[in-house]
Write a protein that binds this ligand. Structure first.
Ligand SMILES: Cc1ncc(C[n+]2csc(CCOP(=O)(O)OP(=O)(O)O)c2C)c(N)n1
Length: 215
């Protein structure tokens, strides 16, 4: 088992190299850039990671029960943002660094919760996984259209969040948060994460909008 675990761990590190320099930014890169910045903090990952490639599980050393909130109890979108703010509120009294990787579709169900985070000064680092779509649905419609030999060129209808692109840092600023982005160059990511973490450690919510690969 130890050998199998070591192999799996190494596979995660190897896989994280793919698309390292890509723009939109790869999800593995977000997790890999975050880890050295948080590993010596008392951190807590307060969002589901199923749509984030499971990268925290693959690359981070999780040893404490509060370091991962787990997946949604059901499959309901609109759970992620409020759940992460609630978990960050619970973490606040312990001085923990709460980290939320926030998918864009989920964000749009109840974005006002970020105002709540600003109002109550809830420390929370939110990194937008902004793939500009309800990508689960994009994939499903592409699959079904292809299965019926219809071609997938209309799969974006009702599933993509573009035209116009949504400016999440502007929305967050409107709610009273410190925000940066959209970040499209992967080399801009680490400096933004550092700035964001510094502010969160001072006790405020921060949102960084990162334009990402679909999954
Ligand atoms: C309340 C609700 N509405 C719709 C769905 C169907 N649904 C499942 S995943 C998904 C897309 C989610 O988009 P996003 O949060 O951006 O994640 P992505 O699929 O892009 O990774 C939708 C609409 C659902 N599960 N729950």
């Amino acid at each position: 088992m130890a050998e199998a675990h070591a192999r799996q761990w190494q596979q995660g590190i190897d896989d994280a190299h793919y698309g390292w320099e890509a723009s939109p930014v790869s999800l593995a890169r977000i997790a890999a850039e975050l880890w050295p910045l948080v590993k010596n903090e008392d951190w807590s990952f307060v969002s589901p990671q199923g749509f984030f490639g499971g990268w925290p599980n693959r690359l981070w050393n999780m040893t404490k029960k509060y370091q991962y909130i787990g997946s949604q109890g059901a499959g309901g979108m609109g759970y992620g943002a409020p759940a992460s703010v609630g978990a960050a509120l619970a973490n606040k009294k312990y001085g923990r660094l709460s980290i939320n990787v926030q998918t864009d579709g989920d964000f749009n169900y109840s974005p006002g919760v970020f105002w709540t985070a600003a109002h109550h000064r809830i420390p929370l680092l939110t990194i937008m996984h902004n793939n500009r779509g309800y990508h689960q649905e994009v994939m499903f419609v592409e699959q079904m259209a292809s299965a019926h030999n219809r071609g997938a060129e209309n799969a974006h209808i009702g599933t993509k969040l573009w035209d116009p692109d949504i400016n999440y840092s502007q929305i967050a600023k409107g709610y009273g948060l410190y925000a940066e982005g959209p970040i499209t160059d992967p080399n801009d990511l680490a400096p933004a994460l550092k700035r964001g973490i510094e502010r969160v450690k001072k006790g405020e919510p921060v949102l960084l909008d990162v334009v990402t690969q679909p999954r």
